[in-house]
Every structure is written in C-alpha cells, then in structure tokens.
Design a protein around this ligand. Structure first.
Ligand SMILES: Cc1cn([C@H]2C[C@H](O)[C@@H](COP(=O)(O)OP(=O)(O)O[C@H]3O[C@@H](C)C(=O)[C@@H](O)[C@H]3O)O2)c(=O)[nH]c1=O
Length: 181
C-alpha cells in the first residue's frame, strides 16, 4: 500500500498493492494501521456511506462544521469520478487551493480527506458507485458547502458546466467569499 501526501497538508492518496491471478484480483481497500502511521494520529471511522450517480452528476462541495467536522476516506468500487477537495482551513498555507484526482474502479485509488477540507466529485461514468468512511456522524444542521463553480476557487471540472446534474441544494450553496465556517 503506497500512501502519498498531496500538496494539501493532511490529505493523502492511497494506492493499494494489487494481486492478480486467474480468478481476478485482490487488494486491501482500507488498513487502519498504515493510514494512521501516514496521517500521524488515530482515526476512528464511525459511518460508511455509499451513493450511486448518473454520468455528469456533481455532488458538492460539502463539509460539516464545528464539532461535527468529518475526515473521510473515499473510493470508487464501480465507475469513475473526478474528485475535488478544497482547503478551507483559514490557518493553512494552502487555504483556498484545490486538489483533484481521478478515482475509479480501475485505478483502485482512495483519497483520505482530513477535517477542514470541502469535498465534491463529478461522476464520469453511468451509475458510478461512491463509497466513503467518515470519522463523525452525519449531522444535518452542521452541513456546510461551497458552490462548485465558485469563480475565486476556479475549479476546472474538465466538463461542460451546462449539462451537469446537480441537486437544488448544491446549486444554492454560497460562494467561497461568503462562506460561514
Ligand atoms: C451525507 C448524508 C446524507 N443523508 C441524507 C440526507 C439527504 O436526504 C440524502 C441525500 O443527501 P445529500 O444530497 O447531502 O447527499 P450527497 O450530495 O451525496 O452528500 C455527500 O456529498 C459528498 C460530496 C460528500 O463529501 C459527503 O460527505 C456528503 O456530503 O441523504 C444521510 O441520511 N446521511 C448522510 O451521511
């Protein structure tokens, strides 16, 4: 398992070792001890989530505020996404910067998203399945978000923005400038 920190501190790319044989393949999709060594602290995941998305669906950018902030370990068991995280930690050297990566059922790559980052993804394939572990429970009242096409963030979603499938809630999210943490 190869774990590499991105230029956003505390955010890691996890690439498992793939074992292939005549039956198919095998890999370890989550290993607490390896992740904890990389992250440098203990992680206690308490909730697993899964969504299925049509091609061209964009979910995000989301986070939970305050005591309900969540770290997430995200991966794609079926299909492909363009996954995006934004550093919204005001004290961080990369505050306001984004990182993006393709996660798919072909590259078997996971991303560890620490607390203090907003997260979203664009489904690049029909019926893409998105799986993630969270280290804090869902708390509706603590939900926060940023508009996916915020001009200041300038995220290149590599997609024609006109034809995206986005929830009403996500279309109404505030700009980065008007973010209330
Ligand atoms: C996230 C979540 C949603 N829900 C409910 C609320 C709502 O009725 C329905 C759909 O919720 P949403 O529209 O917020 O789902 P979605 O847009 O897929 O939300 C997710 O987006 C990605 C980008 C993330 O980073 C996640 O943390 C999460 O915010 O599911 C839960 O019951 N538990 C949960 O943990």
């Amino acid at each position: 398992m190869k774990i590499t920190e991105t230029f956003i501190k505390g955010c890691f790319i996890i690439q498992p070792k793939i074992y292939e044989d005549n039956r198919g393949l095998f890999f370890e999709s989550f290993k607490e001890n390896d992740l904890e060594i990389a992250v440098g602290k203990s992680i206690n995941f308490v909730q697993d989530n899964q969504s299925t998305s049509k091609k061209g669906t964009l979910r995000g950018l989301h986070f939970q505020k305050g005591e309900f902030a969540q770290s997430k370990l995200v991966n794609v068991p079926y299909g492909e996404v363009l996954d995006v995280v934004v550093d919204i930690r005001t004290e961080s050297a990369t505050y306001g910067k984004y990182f993006k990566i393709k996660l798919s059922s072909k590259n078997h790559t996971s991303l560890y998203v620490p607390r203090g980052l907003a997260h979203g993804f664009l489904s690049l394939q029909e019926n893409t399945v998105f799986n993630y572990k969270c280290d804090n429970y869902y708390h509706n009242e603590s939900e926060g978000g940023i508009l996916y096409n915020d001009l200041e963030l300038g995220i290149d979603w590599e997609h024609d923005n006109e034809n995206l499938i986005i929830s009403e809630k996500d279309r109404g999210l505030p700009s980065f400038k008007n973010l209330l943490l």
